[in-house]
Structures are given as structure tokens and as C-alpha cells.
Design a protein around this ligand. Sequence first.
Ligand code: 6R9
Length: 649
Amino acid sequence: MSEQQNVYPVREDIAANAWADEATYQAMYQQSVDDPEGFWAEQAKRLDWIKAPTKIKSTSFARDNVDIRWFEDGQLNVAANCLDRHLEKRGDQTAIIWEGDDPSESKHISYRELYERTNQLANGLKELGVGKGDTVTLYMPMIPEAAMAMLACARIGAVHSVVFGGFSPDAVAQRVIGADSKLVITADESVRGGKQVPLKDNVDAALTREGTNVCQNVLVVKRTGGEIEWKEGRDLWFSDLVDKQSTECEPEAMGAEDPLFILYTSGSTGAPKGLKHTTGGYLTFAAMTHQYVFDYHEGEVYWCTADVGWVTGHSYIVYGPLANGATTLMFEGVPSYPTHGRLGDIVDKHNVNILYTAPTAVRALMAHGDNVMDSSKRDSLRLLGSVGEPINPEAWEWFYRVIGNEKCPIVDTWWQTETGGIMISPLPGATPLKPGSATKPFFGVQPALVDNEGNLLEGATEGNLVILDAWPGQARSIWGDHDRFVQTYFSTYDNMYFTGDGCRRDEDGYYWITGRVDDVLNVSGHRMGTAEIESSLVAHSAVAEAAVVGFPHDIKGQGIYIYVTLNDEIDPTDELKKELTQWVRKDIGPIASPDVIQWAPGLPKTRSGKIMRRILRKIAANECDGLGDTSTLADPSVVDELIEHRVNK
Ligand code: 6R9
């Protein structure tokens, strides 16, 4: 192992009781790649099947035939796996601990209550004419009804598409249209950090957009009682529909390859794409990773701070934990409200054992100093997790020392919306930790590094991260556009899934993700395509051209740096910068807020007219000395002009 950096050996107290120690990990990993059929046939038994699968793996990554099927002749119901099968043993155990934005509000929902309420909602959905194969868009706060809505869809075979509550009406409209949703489930308002977000108003605005008339009903949870508009015939109160329903609802028998959900995510080109996840393989993988990576044991309280609008919320707030009969904590608010000690306060209040959060949250707390957590002890914590972006070793060490009291291993989990579940991560009882490294592949995952021509690279090296063979949790397609799926993930390199990430492998075979190698930004762990922000900007009448790049940001990981060329006769004023900022926020959502806007009389382009982003990234990062070869530029002088007027942030 390299000398310069700290290595944290596996803790004996953790290994003694862990699902996998080092030898078990090695043996199971080897079996998972030598005999995937046998390995996953065994793992599928962790689920209750209506009809057990006999065909285990039928997968091809060949670009002319990308076809991924797992357990394809099996039948099951995901909601029944997350609810019904737990009733006998743990009907009275808490399934969801809900912690409100306001620290005085919280509640415990038992498995039985969750089962009954989900069934009532499922029956309500049926009454609205929603059935197997229909899509439902969810635009909801972090409240238990969000989990109930996901599970109710799963129960009747409807496909949910959760849209993050921070997205704009246009983003909601785009996704309602893309998924052809006949129903939207939302709330009057959400509450975060003491502020209301007008979810229902946003849905109303979304549904005025052309093409959204596929949507027939809007189901509204009363969260705040805030004032909203009401469209008779279309809008319904959640409780009016649900309270009167039976608490029993027969779960629909679903094929293992029937869709469970669509989740939109940003890519390097075009509009966000709706990844399609299916039932049997996804749930097997979500449940197994949740058990092993978080070393989850019966009775523990597990908390993932993500939002259900992201894949992390799907797999590790709802499906993985509930499939395992865990107690999962759902937090409505933000870590900084009412004080910066809130995360620790919640840990103490609910005796949280496992805390899974994002590097950006850790860095934001770290900025307030070591005393930021003084209001809590956090003695209940046993394990910490990180996800969403690379965690810098400094933030890792702070997380370990200040939040975890130097006794909790940290699992740095690398994965993607596309992968459905965790792909590269330590296992707490098996893997010595190196701060900043996601370490080793999970069972059945075969990562590799390739150069730009797709040649496999061996040993300690750096390259593009690919995965060589299929795993059960992976997305099967892009909703309605399989060609785009093939094009995006299986065409860059032959017979490999391309992740879009760059990565280094060290002499111990540890993987270190270095960040995206495509035009995707990662701002506070949120994925965003530069193309999406650019197309929003050029739709503004003052803008002739725009180029968006990421730059290193202390807290967010990456910030958004925008170069804008204005139309002739338009004055480059500060007011206009504010207007453009608002424009993007309104168009995409607050998460796409520009950090820097620089007026660019010209952009560096090749003679064929391609914007040289490499140069724009360097200028944004203030690395103007190492611009490399600019001789292919049509007009090299624009670079000097941009450097001269670079905006410091
Ligand atoms: C789960 C999730 C995926 C992208 C991924 C990568 C980055 C996620 C990471 C990480 C380094 C980690 N990423 N986890 N980079 N270390 N532990 O975040 O999904 O929103 O689709 O983002 O996030 O760049 O490609 P998603």
C-alpha cells in the first residue's frame, strides 16, 4: 500500500459480527464472477417469488443486440416483498421513522401501517383507472406518502416516475410527457429549511404546457394546508380518495422484467433520459447491496439522507431497506436547519446506527468547524456511508473524526442511476479503507479501465471506467428509446458498459473515481448536463451563444461556470446576469443556478466550429498557464480576452 496516505484496517469489532469478512468477500466475489448463474440463482432466493425463476441470466452488451434480462421467467411483486412478507415477524416494528423539517415533528410507521396505507392507496389508484403498465409521476416532499405512492404503484404493476421536488414546472411537464403519465401525485407544498415550496402550483403550471393533457388526475397530499388552486374534476385530495378504501389489495403478479420505475437523469447530450428499471433483478440487487454494504442487522436504525427524487432514495431509502425489513429514516428537511447540528441531533433523537450521506453535506458542515456537532453525541452510530461524488480525503477524515467519533468505518459507494445499486464500495467487515477511494467491486461487478480506444489497461493505472458484464440491478433501457440507450452506454467501447467516469486503480487494486469524463456536471452530488443548461440559456432572447463548464468548488464539488455571448446591441449588465440566473432556475430548477456568468464576446472554437471546452474548463478553474495546444483555434485571440475578463469566484 502506498505510504503517504492513511489506511484504516478493518475494525475487529465490526468484522466479528459482519455479514462478510475478508475471506468471505474474496470467496463470494470469485464465485460471483466464475459462476454468475449459480451465484445469482442463490441470491434471488432472498426474495419471495410468486413463481421462482429458472432462467437466471440472459444478457448481451453487443452493440447490435443490447439485451439485458435477469430471472426472466420468474414472477413476483415488489411491494409484497417490501411489506407483506414482513407482517408476521415484524408487523409492529417500525418501517419508516419520519423526521419533519420542524424538529418537533416526527412519527413512526410500523410495517403493518405501511402495508395497510399502501394497499388503500393502491385501491385508490385502481379507482382512478390506473392499472398494470400505466405510468404515474410523483412530485412529492420527503414524506411517508412518497414511499407509499411508490409501493402502491409497484403493488398494482403501475410504473412510477419520481421527479425531484426541486425541479421546475417545465421539467415536470417534460417528464409527464416523456412517460405518458395519466396521474401526478403531489402535495400542496413541501417544507424545507422552514420555507415552503409550492409543489401543487408547479404541477398546475406544468400541466398548462402543450402535450401534458395525457394527465387526467392530480392527487394532492395535504402537507401544509397552504393555499392552492383547485381544478374540479382533475384534482383530488389524497385522504378523500384513500381513507375510504379497503386495507387489503391483492398484489399483481409481475414478470421479473416488467418495469418497476422510470427515473430521469442527465447525460452529456440532449434532454434528460428516463432510465427503465425492472423488478426482479433490481430488487435482488438493491436488497443484497443494502445488507452487505451497510452490514445491516436486524433491529438497526438506518438513515439515508438522499431525496426520493434521486436513485439513492429509490434504492436505499425505500426498496433495499424495506425489502430487508429494516427501519429506514426519512428526513423532510435540510442539514442546516434550524441549526448546523441538525444531522447529529437526529442521530441522537432516533438512535441512528447507520448514516449514509453525501460529500457535499459533509463539506458544508466542515466549513463550520469541529464544534458544529457539539449539540449531539452520536454514540449510536456504527457505520457511515458516502455517495454522489468523489469524497476528498480531507472531508473523509473529518467525517470519520467529527461525525463518527473515530469509531465508524466509512463506506464510499460508487454507483449511478443507471446501475440501480452500489457497484464499488468497501464492505465494513472485509475491506481496509483508504480515504477517497471507493475501494473494491461488489459481488458480480467486473470493473475495468480502458484507454480512449477501448484497450483494456492492466495493473496500477488510470483510464475510463467500464463494466465488463451485466449485473441484476442495471437499467434495461431508456424509456421509449432503446437506440439512445445503446448509443449512450454501449457504443463507445465494444461489449462494455461505459460509465462516463474516469478512474484510477492503485497497486492494491483499489478504485479511485476521478469524476466525469463527459459533459456531465456533478454539483452537490446532482447530475446535470451542460447541454441542458446551454439550451435553456440560448432560449433567452438576449443570448446568442452559451457554453457551460464545471469548476472546482469547495462545498459543491463542482460549480457551474457559464460563458455567454450576447446578441448584438444587448448591454452586458449585472441586471442581465441576474435575469439569466433566474431564467435558468425557473427553466430547470434551483439546482442549476449558475455560480459564475462571464460575458464572452467570442468562444474558443475549432475551424470546424466546435467549442473547445477543454480551454473553457481551464480558464474557469484558473489554470490559465496550462492551456495546451490552441493552434487549432479559428481565432486564438478570444482566449486572451476570456482570460483577461475571467470572473473570480
Ligand atoms: C448514486 C448516484 C452518478 C455519478 C457517477 C459519478 C458520481 C456517485 C460516487 C461518485 C465518486 C462516489 N458518483 N457516487 N463519484 N465516488 N462514491 O449518485 O447516481 O446521480 O446517477 O450520479 O455520480 O460521477 O457517474 P447519479
